[in-house]
Design a protein around this ligand. Structure first.
Ligand SMILES: NC(=O)c1ccc[n+]([C@@H]2O[C@H](COP(=O)([O-])OP(=O)(O)OC[C@H]3O[C@@H](n4cnc5c(N)ncnc54)[C@H](O)[C@@H]3O)[C@@H](O)[C@H]2O)c1
Length: 284
C-alpha cells in the first residue's frame, strides 16, 4: 500500500494540489480555439450531398450559415433542418455561374447574418463529356464556369469581409479528379486540377491578408452526384480500389472541411486534404 501522502498518478481528479499550481492547472492548455461559434459561413451547393452536410456541421458547431444553391425551396429546406436542430441558417437561391447574383447574395448575407468569415466553395457539376462528342465545348464551358471560375468569383466578392479581421477561411471542394483522372469527364478533371491551382495561388496571394485557402479532395461519396451509379457497381469499385472498401458519407467530408475553418487551423494554407478512404494511396 502506498503512504497516504505519496504522489498520486496524474489524471486522478482528486490529485490536484492546492495553491499556485492549482491556478496554473486551471489555465487553458491551448491559446488556439476550436470554436467557430458565431462565425458567418457561406456554403455553395448546400442543398444536397457534401454541401448540405457541411452546412449542417458548421451550424452544429455554432456558425451562422448561408445555405446557397440553385433552388430557393431546396435551400430553405436545409436551413429549416438546421433551425429544427437548434442552429442558425437561412437560404439563398444562387447560381454560382451568375456573377451579378453572387454579388447580390454576398451583400444580402452580410446584411442578414453578418460579415462573412468562412467561405466553402462546394457547388459543382460533373457532365459526361467524351472528347469527340457533340457539345463537348458547351460541357467544358458550363463545367469551368460552375466548378472553377465561380470559386474565384465567390472569393472576390467575399474578400473584403474575409480579410477584415485577419482570420478569413476559404475551403474549396476539389476532388481526387484534381490529382488523377477518369475517362470521359475531362472537363470535370481539368476543372478540379484547376481548383487545386486556384487554391495554391490564392493561398500565397491572400496569406499577407490573414486569409487561409485550402482544398479538400473527396473520393467516392454517396451524394446526388453518384446516386445514379448502381449499388453493385459502387460495391465492386470500392472493393477493388478503396482501402476502406466502401463509399464515404457526406458528413465524413464535412468534418474535414470544418476542421480547416477552425480558428486553430491558423497555420494551414495552400493544403490539399484528401478525404477518399485511401483511394489515392492504394496500389493493390
Ligand atoms: N460525390 C462525390 O463522390 C464527389 C467526389 C469528389 C468531389 N465531389 C465534389 O463535391 C461537391 C459537391 O457535390 P456532391 O457530391 O455533394 O453532389 P450533389 O449533386 O449532391 O450536390 C451538388 C450541389 O451543387 C448544386 N449546384 C450545381 N450547380 C450549381 C450552380 N451553378 N450554382 C449553385 N449550386 C449548384 C446542386 O444543385 C447540388 O445541390 C462538388 O464540387 C463535387 O464535384 C463529389
Amino acid at each position: 500500500m502506498p503512504a497516504a501522502d505519496a504522489p498520486r498518478p496524474t489524471g486522478d481528479p482528486s490529485a490536484a494540489p492546492p495553491g499556485p499550481a492549482a491556478a496554473a492547472a486551471a489555465e487553458p492548455l491551448t491559446a488556439l480555439s476550436r470554436s467557430i461559434a458565431g462565425r458567418v459561413a457561406i456554403v455553395t451547393g448546400a442543398a444536397s450531398g457534401i454541401g448540405r452536410a457541411t452546412a449542417r456541421v458548421l451550424a452544429a458547431e455554432g456558425a451562422r450559415v448561408a445555405v446557397c444553391d440553385l433552388d430557393q425551396a431546396a435551400c430553405d429546406a436545409v436551413a429549416g433542418e438546421i433551425a429544427a436542430a437548434g442552429g442558425t441558417a437561412a437560404g439563398w437561391a444562387l447560381d454560382v455561374a451568375d456573377p451579378e447574383r453572387i454579388a447580390a447574395v454576398v451583400a444580402d448575407v452580410a446584411g442578414r447574418l453578418g460579415p462573412v468569415d468562412i467561405l466553402v466553395n462546394n457547388a459543382g457539376v460533373s457532365l459526361p463529356a467524351p472528347i469527340d462528342m457533340d457539345g463537348y465545348e458547351a460541357a467544358w464551358e458550363r463545367t469551368m464556369a460552375v466548378n472553377l471560375l465561380a470559386h474565384a468569383r465567390m472569393v472576390r466578392s467575399c474578400l473584403p469581409q474575409l480579410a477584415r479581421a485577419g482570420e478569413g477561411r476559404v475551403v474549396n471542394i476539389a476532388s481526387t479528379e484534381g490529382l488523377g483522372a477518369t475517362a470521359m469527364i475531362s472537363p470535370y478533371t481539368a476543372s478540379k486540377h484547376g481548383v487545386i491551382g486556384l487554391t495554391r495561388g490564392l493561398a500565397v496571394e491572400l496569406g499577407p491578408r490573414g486569409v487561409t485557402v485550402n482544398a479538400v479532395c473527396p473520393g467516392p461519396i454517396r451524394t446526388g452526384m453518384t446516386a445514379a451509379i448502381p449499388e453493385d457497381a459502387k460495391a465492386t469499385f470500392a472493393h477493388r480500389r478503396v482501402a476502406l472498401r466502401r463509399y464515404g458519407d457526406p458528413e465524413e467530408v464535412a468534418h474535414a472541411v470544418v476542421s480547416l475553418t477552425l480558428p486553430a487551423a491558423s497555420f494551414i494554407t495552400g493544403a490539399v486534404l484528401v478525404v477518399d478512404g485511401g483511394l489515392t494511396v492504394r496500389n493493390a
